[in-house]
Design a protein around this ligand. Structure first.
Ligand code: MN
Length: 160
């Protein structure tokens, strides 16, 4: 079985609010920006735009990125934990094939998810798989507006 690796989700109030979804793969964090954030509803497909790989150390970052810098705005560590590969292949191959399946063990997100590449460049879809953690009514984002690291919300992080 594949070893367990880390994942991070940062709520990022930049030019547009989005959630940065990051999966440890090799020595880096593969990253996607999810404008609408993750959903627990298996019928919902959330656009996930592939962004630059990030350093593993960046995963735990929370704070304000000053104006004029890449990603300027406020970053909250919304969730973190480990994940288990559930793809048909090892992660790097599954990534190349554009079909990642994984089980998240986060504070907020739990259960199986998939990231599926579309025909459009850098555009993937983040989809909750059907399991006991799926929920068609609960809005996980509205129910959880605080940091997993500091307990603060975006406003409080910005004012710190
Ligand atoms: Mn971002």
């Amino acid at each position: 079985m594949d070893k367990k690796r880390r994942f991070y989700i940062q709520k990022h109030d930049a030019t547009n609010l989005h959630y940065d979804f990051r999966l440890e793969m090799g020595k880096t964090l593969k990253s996607w920006a999810v404008p609408k954030g993750p959903s627990l509803n298996p019928k919902v497909k959330r656009l996930a735009i592939e962004t630059a790989d990030h350093d593993l150390k960046y995963g735990n970052f929370e704070g304000v990125i000053p104006e004029g810098n890449y990603g300027a705005g406020t970053v909250m560590l919304w969730d973190r934990g480990i994940y288990k590969n559930e793809s048909d292949f090892e992660m790097k191959k599954a990534y190349r094939k554009g079909e990642l399946k994984f089980h998240l063990y986060g504070k907020k997100l739990k259960g199986s998810f998939a990231l599926i590449k579309t025909k459009r460049e850098k555009q993937w879809l983040l989809i909750k798989a059907k399991d006991e953690f799926a929920d068609t009514t609960k809005d996980i984002l509205k129910a959880n507006t605080k940091s997993v690291k500091s307990g603060l919300n975006l406003k409080e992080i910005k004012a710190k």
